[in-house]
Design a protein around this ligand. Structure first.
Ligand code: FAD
Length: 496
C-alpha cells in the first residue's frame, strides 16, 4: 500500500510516547483521522501514581510476558470493594511502577520535549508529580483526539478487500473495550502506533526455591513495580535484587530506614551508587538459592557460597517484559518478552510498516526519542519519506542480531548510541520531501537534535545526579548543571 494513502491512524496509549505521536501526526496535516485509545482516565502513562494493590499480588517468580498484572487479583479486589460498597476505581486497575519519592534520573534540560522546557522554578531533577503536570500541559492540544477509559484488546491485520466483507478498506482492525459500558467496539485503521509502554509486565526470575520461600513468608517478596515508599522496610533486613537505575534509587530510599547494611545483589557491579552508600549498603553476589524454611531461617545462598539468613524483605528490581498481548499477528512481535521482533530501526514493523513501536530502546532519553520517532513516523506515513525495501530492513535486523544476540541487548542503547540514534532520527525526519503549500513551514514539526553541549551533559549525568544528591535537601534549589560545578566550556578545553 502506498503510504500516501494512509488516512486513519490509531494510537494505543496516551503516555509520553502516545501524546508525542499524536502531536506530530496531527501537525503533519496529512491524515483524516487520528484516534488515541487510553485505558486510563488521564494522559501521562507511568507518571500517574497509583496504588499497588494488584502489583503486590504478582506471581513469584513471574516469567510470562503476557501476564496481565492483577488479573486474578482484580476480581478479589472488586469483590472486597463491592462488599464495602465503595465501588472500584478503574484507573487504579492499571497500576504503574511510579513511587512516592521518585525524582527524575535525567536533568530536566535533557528530558524535555523539543519546544516545551520544564518550568524554570523546577529543580534540575523534577519530582514525578511535576513530570505528570508537564505531560498534561504538553498533551493539552491533542486531548480532543484521546478516548479515555478505552482499552485496546485486539489489533488484527485485515488483508486488502477484507476477510469477512465488513472491512473492505481497513488495514488494521482495532477492538476496544469501553470501560464505562463494558462494550466492545471494532474500528478500522490504515496504520497503528503501538505506544503502550514497556513498564507493565514485571519479570521476576526463577531462582531455586524462590516460589516455596515466598509462600512460606507471605508478603516478604515484591517486584519494584509494587514499591511505593520505604516506610514498610523500617528496621528490616532487606535485599534489593538488580543493578538498574530503579534498583539503585529504591535501594537508596530503603537504605535510609532499613537495618544496615542494605544488601544489594547483582551479577555485575552497580553502575549507580549514591554518595554515602558505603555507610549503609553492601554489594553482594547473585542469589543462587532460596533455602528451605525447614532448615534455615529466611535464608539465601549466594554465588560465592555465603549464606544470609533472617531476611525480612526482598525487592526484585529485575525489569519488565516487552508485551503486546493485544497484537494478533503472525509471527508474533513478542515471544519470550526479551525483545520485539521484526522491527527496523527500533521503530517500524518490517513486514507491516504501518505498525510503529515508539521507545522500544532502553537507556535512551524517552521524551525526545519519542518525539523524533514520531516526526519520522508522520513523514513515512504521509509519503514524505520512504522506507527501504523489505530485504534491506531485514538485513538491518539480521546485522543487529549478529552483533547483539537474540535478547534484550537488541534494544539497549548505552551512551553514545542513544545520542547517535536521537540525531539519526532527527536527520532522517529533516531529509523528508518538503510539504507543498505550507509556505515557510515546509519542513513540518521537528524534534530535538543534540549538539555537543547536550551530548556532554548526557555523558556526565550519572556524575551530575551524584553531585545533586550530595546537596541533600538543598538539591531542590539547584536548577542547572553549572550550579553543581559542571562546565561545558571548561570540559571542552580539557579535550584538547
Ligand atoms: C520507575 C520509573 C522511573 C522512570 N524515570 C524516568 C525519568 O526520570 N525520566 C524519563 O524520561 N523517563 C523515565 N522513565 C521512563 C518512562 O517510561 C518514560 O518516561 C515514559 O513514561 C515512556 O512513555 P510511554 O508512553 O512509552 O509509556 P508509558 O508511560 O508506559 O505509557 C503507556 C500508556 O499506554 C496505555 N496503554 C497500555 N496498554 C494499553 C491498551 N491495551 N489500551 C489502551 N491503552 C493502553 C497505558 O495506560 C499508558 O498510559 C521511568 C520509568 C519508570 C518505570
Amino acid at each position: 500500500m502506498p503510504y500516501s494513502s494512509i488516512s486513519r491512524i490509531a494510537i494505543i496509549g496516551a503516555g509520553p510516547s502516545g501524546i508525542a505521536a499524536a502531536k506530530h501526526l496531527r501537525a503533519e496535516e496529512a491524515f483524516e483521522k487520528i484516534d488515541v485509545f487510553e485505558q486510563r482516565y488521564d494522559v501521562g502513562g507511568v507518571w500517574n501514581l497509583t496504588p499497588n494493590t494488584l502489583s503486590k499480588k504478582t506471581p513469584i517468580p513471574q516469567l510470562d510476558p503476557n501476564y496481565e498484572v492483577g488479573k486474578e487479583a482484580l476480581s478479589e479486589v472488586r469483590n472486597v470493594a463491592a462488599q464495602a460498597s465503595t465501588g472500584s476505581d478503574s484507573s487504579d486497575r492499571f497500576e504503574t511502577p511510579m513511587y512516592d519519592l521518585l525524582e527524575t534520573n535525567i536533568p530536566k534540560q535533557l528530558m524535555q520535549y523539543a519546544d516545551q522546557p520544564f518550568g524554570d522554578d523546577l529543580p534540575l531533577f523534577p519530582k514525578h508529580q511535576s513530570v505528570l503536570d508537564y505531560c498534561k500541559e504538553y498533551a493539552e492540544d491533542v486531548r480532543p483526539l484521546i478516548r479515555f477509559g478505552c482499552q485496546v484488546s485486539e489489533v488484527r491485520r485485515v488483508e486488502e478487500g477484507g476477510q469477512d466483507g465488513s472491512h473492505q478498506c481497513g488495514r488494521w482492525s482495532v477492538t476496544v473495550i469501553i470501560e464505562a459500558s463494558q462494550k466492545r467496539q471494532t474500528y478500522d485503521y490504515d496504520a497503528v502506533v503501538v505506544a503502550s509502554g514497556h513498564f507493565s509486565v514485571p519479570y521476576i526470575p526463577s531462582i531455586k526455591g524462590l516460589g516455596a520461600w515466598s509462600s512460606s513468608y507471605p508478603g516478604s517478596v515484591m517486584h519494584s513495580k509494587a514499591y511505593r515508599n520505604p516506610h514498610i522496610f523500617t528496621g528490616k533486613k532487606v535485599i534489593v535484587v538488580g543493578n538498574s537505575v530503579s534498583a539503585a534509587d529504591i535501594g537508596a530510599q530503603v537504605g535510609k530506614v532499613c537495618k544496615h547494611p542494605l544488601l544489594q545483589s547483582s551479577r555485575s557491579e552497580s553502575l549507580f551508587s549514591s554518595p554515602d552508600s558505603v555507610l549503609w549498603k553492601e554489594d553482594i553476589s547473585e542469589i543462587m538459592e532460596f533455602l528451605a524454611p525447614e532448615q534455615y531461617d529466611r535464608g539465601v545462598r549466594l554465588a560465592d557460597g555465603r549464606i544470609e539468613q533472617n531476611i525480612d524483605a526482598m525487592i526484585f528490581a529485575t525489569g519488565y517484559f516487552y508485551s503486546f498481548p493485544f497484537l494478533k499477528i503472525d509471527p508474533p512481535v513478542v515471544t519470550n518478552g526479551s525483545r520485539a521482533r521484526d522491527i527496523y530501526q527500533q521503530l517500524f514493523h518490517i513486514k507491516y510498516p504501518t505498525l510503529a513501536f515508539p521507545v522500544l530502546p532502553q537507556r535512551v532519553i524517552p521524551f525526545p526519542t519519542a518525539e523524533n520517532q514520531a516526526a519520522v513516523i508522520a513523514r513515512v506515513w504521509s509519503g514524505r519519506l520512504t522506507l527501504p525495501p523489505k530485504a534491506e530492513m531485514e538485513a538491518w535486523e539480521k546485522k543487529m542480531l549478529e552483533q547483539r544476540g537474540d535478547g534484550k541487548a537488541m534494544h539497549i542503547l548505552n551512551f553514545p548510541e542513544d545520542a547517535d540514534y536521537l540525531n539519526m532520527l532527527y536527520d532522517w525526519a529533516a531529509s523528508a520531501t518538503p510539504r507543498q503549500g505550507h509556505g515557510k513551514d515546509e519542513t513540518g514539526m521537528m524534534g530535538t537534535r543534540w549538539d555537543d553541549r547536550r551530548r556532554w551533559m548526557r555523558s556526565q549525568f550519572p556524575a551530575i545526579k551524584k553531585a545533586y544528591a550530595e546537596r541533600g535537601e538543598d538539591r531542590f534549589l539547584v536548577r542547572t548543571v553549572e550550579e553543581l560545578g559542571f562546565d561545558f566550556e571548561k570540559w571542552k578545553d580539557t579535550q584538547g
